[in-house]
Design a protein around this ligand. Sequence first.
Ligand code: MOS
Length: 701
Amino acid sequence: MSAVGIKTRSIGASVDRLDGPAKVTGSAPYAYEHPLEHPAYLHPVQAMIARGRVAAVDTAVAAALDGVLVVVTHLNAPRLASDKDRELWVLQSDDVAFRGQLVGAVVAESPEIAREAAGLVRIEYDLQPHDVLLSADRDDLYRPEQVIGWYDTDTSSGDVEVAMASAAVTVDETYRTPMEHNNPMEPSTTVAVWADERLTLYDATQGAHGTRAALAPVFGLDPEQIRIISPHVGGGFGAKLFAHAHHVLAGLAAQMVPGRPVKFALTRHQMFALAGYRTPTIQRVRLGADTDGRLTAIAHDVVEQTSRIKEFAEQTAVPTRTMYAAPNRRTTHRLAALDVPVPTFMRAPGEAPGMFALESAMDEMAMACGLDPIEFRVRNEPVVDPESGLPYSSRNLVACLREGARRFGWERRDPTPRARRDQGWLVGTGVAASTYPVFRLPGSAATIRVGPDGRYSVLIGAADIGTGTWTALTQIAADALEVAMADVDLQIGDTALPPASEAGGSSGITCWGSSIVEAARKLRERLESEHGGTVPAEGLEVTAEMPDNPYTRQLAMHSFGAQFAEVRVHEDTCEVRVPRLLGIFAAGQIINPKTARSQLLGGMTMGLSMALHEDSVVDPRFGHVVNHDFAEYHIAANADVGAIEVDWVDEEDHYVNPMGSKGLGELGIVGTAAAIANAVYHATGIRVRNLPITLDKLLQP
Ligand code: MOS
């Protein structure tokens, strides 16, 4: 660590967001807001069928509307270069693969004109029968080659069937999680400018370089011909990773009005078809235990969906591979390819739905064994990673459970379900574990430039999606350079900067921070060895790539946490309230307690929302999400959220990265829904295995 010997260490300080004043005064430009000359506005036309062909198009009325610049459909769209990613093969054929797919667009002088004209485009379809409903007994389920995160699709060791047959206590249950949609405050947005064979996108992206890399082959351009600018992004939750069809549509339209910036912000309705979503899951969990409550078998078999045009294979059972010790183990993933929009990453893809199932089953098993759910987990704590056999770089799940229990008042809990009543409300408490892996994405580099004035420019194409990247990376740079934060000028969010991996997989700080620390080390070394420690008049600049970390192959690296919930279920109406949540996490060195707390608080709030509210309801007759707006797709609002307390145990893990930190952007959502479901069981004696926990599932005849 280079933080030795400086007066104030920036890492660990609750620094206010550096971008805060710009954001609250409205001067931080989000994608739609960059001041550009003479913009035009795009409104898309979406397929009204779930499967079939566009048979006829009539754009005459739309094109004749005053202020319309161009109407684009598959009949006149510029040709794209690569159909490898069929989600991005926009307006290149008459094929309709899901309802809401892009089949055209209008570019006009105002958003209102574009919208009106889009409604005047007449399209006739040849309908084909569609299939949009996931079930576990479909005969067309298939085994993907890999699941997200480069994980094996299936794992197996020992013999689960034999172990289950001879186990003293067994749990064999199926858990379901619904389709859920990413709804960041800022919808997916891009502003495309096509000029001189170059495409510029002012974009809402979780990774400028990754989005460019995805789009370049589609347009047949060299990456250098595309520039993506995204200094401020209003959330993403995974929806803004890489590229989606709206990027391509805006790029195509921009080619038809060269020189004019084409602005395209998805409406909330459009987000539900075009920005990805969390796949619904059907998860069978089987646990076997001996009479002492030691697990002998863990099996987690997952069925989920993807789209007919593109595979997204969520790694739902992967957390089960690392959570608990047991000699006989099995995890599997099977997919149904349906006539549905393309699913994608949504905050803790895999872990969030997967740990709902596992941590509910663990609660059921603890009850069946007559053990306290915390003691049961502690009893099954592994010494090394159960499937890889690798030692953990650090694993402080037990410390989180113990500290959480102490703060939550767990020892006062009567384990009997339905034992506590308060003025017409059944009251219960529940616990669940949380975990998230340390990802290390390739492709980051940082440049640091120092001038004779002693100011340091730190350049990296990283993204701040509201997480606090601007602030945290400045803290990391300041410590690595042994200077004050005020001496550091950070630049992020632009492909003109050195490349950076995505703000995804909670990996940003590890990847970008490690690159910055490496560049700082090299810069200081060169200052010392070549310039005697004095900055030369012409300044000095160093670029460094993220160094390899051999420990990633030698150690298992994960964040952990323990989530506690208190719920109240009304005896008559079965309304569920969550007055209290507590999360205690082990996520390595906390770079900035203020922004870290926000991340965990937000994650837990989203977990509460997953537990009680979020549910994208598909109409099987038409294949669309019927509750595709904020009126009917309910996300936890202020009135739904009670007291949420967030804290962490002391942990520094220098095997993971030079800052000693692990990721925590997704950790907070993992386990929350199970803690709430377990608390609902404790309150009512009713086990809800099918999210969200709406009151109809608790009403007893
Ligand atoms: Mo996160 S779902 O990897 O943006």
